[in-house]
Design a protein around this ligand. Structure first.
Ligand SMILES: CC(C)(COP(=O)(O)OP(=O)(O)OC[C@H]1O[C@@H](n2cnc3c(N)ncnc32)[C@H](O)[C@@H]1OP(=O)(O)O)[C@@H](O)C(=O)NCCC(=O)NCCS
Length: 344
């Protein structure tokens, strides 16, 4: 982990991006802000009231951290207008009413929800990436991004991936690194969404993990061997996802559907899918749904001793990443490094 992370920081440093941390009320986030600026691989904008942050974090040196208080920020009106315009005509599912009746209501909302404030700063180009979620749920962190940042060109699905780092390289993972997706965002993705997840995960593998992606679309079936899933039609779904991904990214080394052993073990791959370039040597693994993905990465972590770096969000037009609520300050620093590297 240390190696990959230091490489990520070194590469991020060359980009010198400005990342907004929206949770100035959280001590782990504040220490991370100070640590990132000290390490010098990104600039930091921290949301909150400076006097309160200093009072609650005595001893943390915030020199070089740009603290912005949404409540006194001269740009708040501009962001409120941006939000109102971006969401005009959208109906709140719970109330059945427009999300924001007018700009004043949008302003009141962003002064309560700093993840939305941060997303609007990102949309306006004031910052290059956003990290949140140390003390808010995944949904609260991602929703502002889904609503106002939207997806990157050519992608319709925001998803997430884990970079899985082996305790030591072994015969089924000679690189010692793999990418697993989607383990955290899309609950039951359809074939089109799975194709998006596969293509985005290949980019994450290349751009963040630094490996040449060979993508396996996973199933309990290999090349039609178990095509009798009457419950969820998951085999035809993975077959269709494979077809769409190949069509949308013809240069990508991607194949499926594979059982995990056919994807990773050369002896099984040769037997079950002899003509495949991916069978037996995959390093990017796309799971059919969040149940399989989430359980799968935790098995690798707990039984296999893998370290899981992520979840890394992919597919946003500008990078946003979600922290785990159990994170420590080092985890926040790592997620800032990834976000800074994702920023264009
Ligand atoms: C990601 C998530 C938070 C979105 O939830 P949500 O806000 O209720 O989503 P909604 O269906 O209301 O959609 C809100 C907007 O985001 C868009 N959207 C939702 N999911 C999206 C996705 N994966 N990619 C792109 N856009 C998406 C919708 O199209 C909608 O756009 P619109 O309002 O402009 O029309 C939700 O899928 C979720 O909770 N996933 C599981 C997260 C989880 O619990 N993870 C466990 C952690 S390990």
């Amino acid at each position: 982990m240390a190696d990959i992370l230091s490489q990520i920081k070194e590469r991020a440093k060359l980009k010198n991006k400005n990342i907004v941390l929206t949770e100035g009320e959280d001590a782990r986030v504040v220490s991370a802000a100070a640590a990132v600026v000290k390490e010098g691989f990104a600039r930091i904008t921290l949301l909150g009231n400076k006097a309160e942050i200093e009072k609650n974090n005595a001893g943390v040196d915030l020199t070089g951290v740009n603290v912005v208080d949404p409540k006194t920020d001269a740009k708040a009106d501009e962001y409120a207008a941006m939000l109102y315009k971006a969401r005009e005509g959208k109906i709140n599912k719970k109330t059945g009413l427009p999300e924001y009746a007018d700009i004043e209501q949008a302003k009141a909302a962003i002064l309560k929800d700093y993840a939305m404030y941060g997303a609007l700063m990102l949309k306006a180009g004031i910052v290059d990436g956003m990290v949140s979620g140390a003390c808010h749920s995944t949904a609260n962190t991602l929703r502002p991004g889904l609503q106002v940042i939207k997806t990157a060109a050519g992608v319709n699905t925001v998803s997430s991936a884990f970079i899985m780092i082996a305790p030591a390289p072994h015969k089924y993972n000679p690189d010692g690194v793999a990418v697993f997706a989607d383990c955290a965002i899309n609950i039951e993705p359809d074939a089109n969404q799975l194709a998006d997840i596969a293509i985005s995960s290949a980019e994450t593998a290349k751009n963040i993990a630094g490996i040449e992606p060979r993508v396996a679309m996973l199933s309990f079936s290999t090349k039609g061997s178990g095509n009798d899933d009457k419950y969820f039609k998951s085999v035809p779904k993975m077959q269709e996802a494979t077809r769409i991904a190949k069509e949308n990214a013809p240069d990508l080394i991607l194949d499926g559907e594979f059982q995990f052993d056919a994807a990773t073990a050369p002896e099984v791959g040769k037997l079950k899918a002899p003509d495949s370039k991916v069978a037996g040597n995959a390093n990017v693994f796309i799971f059919p749904n969040i149940n399989a993905g989430n359980i799968g990465y935790k098995i690798a972590q707990r039984f296999g001793g893998y370290m899981a770096l992520g979840p890394i969000c992919q597919g946003f037009a500008k990078p946003i990443n979600d922290l785990s609520r159990g994170c420590n300050a080092d985890d926040v620093v790592a997620v800032v490094a990834i976000t800074a590297l994702q920023a264009e």
